[in-house]
Design a protein. Structure first.
Length: 119
């Protein structure tokens, strides 16, 4: 499956952004989907994942209550709504297709989209 992330940008602390990730190539609904982020010199960090039909979500403690993952299988797209952004949320954000029963191990990756949060 091919993934294309978009929606990153520059935002002030306290602001919001919505990332999108469009999928093509294989049946989107076969996969759990996840969002991850990475900053230079650090390992990629799991943020959130969602089940194949969207009924189950999982979040990292660092973003729970601020970020919301959702998906639209009719549009082959997964979203990450990010609210109350903080400067430490600055990173490259990646979407991934995850093969069940995993919730956190990305199998197919999109290119990153940069999010920069200014203080």
């Amino acid at each position: 499956v091919q993934l294309q992330a978009s929606g990153g940008g520059l935002v002030q602390a306290g602001g919001s952004l919505r990332l999108s990730c469009a999928a093509s190539g294989r049946t989107f609904s076969n996969y759990n989907m996840g969002w991850f982020r990475q900053t230079p010199g650090k390992e990629r960090e799991f943020l959130a994942s969602i089940s194949r039909i969207g009924g189950i979500t999982n979040y990292a403690t660092s973003v729970k209550g601020r970020f919301t993952i959702s998906r639209d299988n009719a549009k082959n797209t997964v979203y990450l709504q990010m609210n109350s952004l903080k400067p430490e949320d600055t990173a490259s954000y990646y979407c991934a297709a995850i093969i069940p029963p995993s919730w956190t191990k990305g199998e197919y990756w999109g290119q990153g989209t940069q999010v920069t949060v200014s203080s």
